[in-house]
Design a protein around this ligand. Structure first.
Ligand code: IPE
Ligand code: MG
Length: 224
């Protein structure tokens, strides 16, 4: 969800104003998923590198996350959304962690849409943490190192049990991956759109999905 800062700056406003506008867009996108045939949606809210921003922007974002959870909990649950957070909880504020845990617990049996929210998430950090878990299992004698495969390794990632993304959309005209789902996106299709996240609508989302639907995916094989 990129482009909040530029969207605000273009309006002569503080960056946080853009993050607020961006937050409001998440609901529209989440609600459009069932109609578009999207069963799994992952949104990248805060990266392990975003701590490099000014303390006021970081704390403003953390406050927005708490407000977002408080405000959206009922609608998410009523709409059958199962919410899960990925990323490291290490540097997160205790109040936010409690709210994240409560939302996961409340919505864990919902199955209309699986919404994954990446907060303090980095693909490299996730792979490193997964490796730590694997190493602990091997050291404890519970796992035979020779049996580790790409498939079983995925079970140690934050996304264990989730399908790999079919489509990754990056907004705001940047053509970078920026540490998002590095392992999981090995064969994902990518859409880079110019739209800044606060302008990303259900229509733009639908366009991305129809462009994706027209592609031929070979997963390394030869077809036709
Ligand atoms: C939102 O957009 C992404 C978050 C980290 C919340 P940005 O804050 O990166 O906006 P730009 O790239 O400065 O426009
Ligand atoms: Mg950005």
């Amino acid at each position: 969800m990129d482009g909040n800062g530029r969207w605000a700056t273009a309006r002569g406003k503080q960056r946080l104003f853009g993050h607020q506008a961006g937050g409001a867009r998440v609901r529209e996108v989440v609600e459009s998923c069932p109609g578009l045939g999207v069963k799994y949606l992952t949104v990248f809210a805060f990266s392990t590198e975003n701590w490099k921003r000014s303390p006021s922007e970081v704390s403003g974002l953390m406050t927005l996350f708490r407000r977002y959870i408080a405000k959206e909990t009922k609608a998410l649950d009523d709409n059958g959304v199962c919410v899960r957070f990925i990323g490291s909880r290490e540097r997160l504020d205790g109040r936010l962690i409690t709210m994240m845990d409560q939302l996961e617990e409340l919505t864990k049996d919902n199955d209309v849409l699986y919404l994954t929210v990446a907060i303090n998430y980095g693909g490299r950090d996730e792979i490193a943490r997964a490796t730590q878990r694997v190493a602990i299992e091997v050291a404890a004698g519970r796992l035979d190192a020779a049996t580790i495969t790409a498939e079983t390794f995925g079970n140690y990632l934050d996304t264990a049990g989730l399908p790999d993304p079919d489509l990754v959309i990056r907004t705001s005209g940047e053509a970078r991956v920026s540490n998002f789902l590095l392992w999981q996106s090995a064969y994902s299709e990518f859409e880079f759109v110019q739209t800044l996240w606060p302008d990303f609508s259900a229509e733009v989302f639908a366009d991305c999905i129809s462009s994706f639907a027209g592609r031929e995916r070979r997963f390394g094989a030869v077809t036709g």
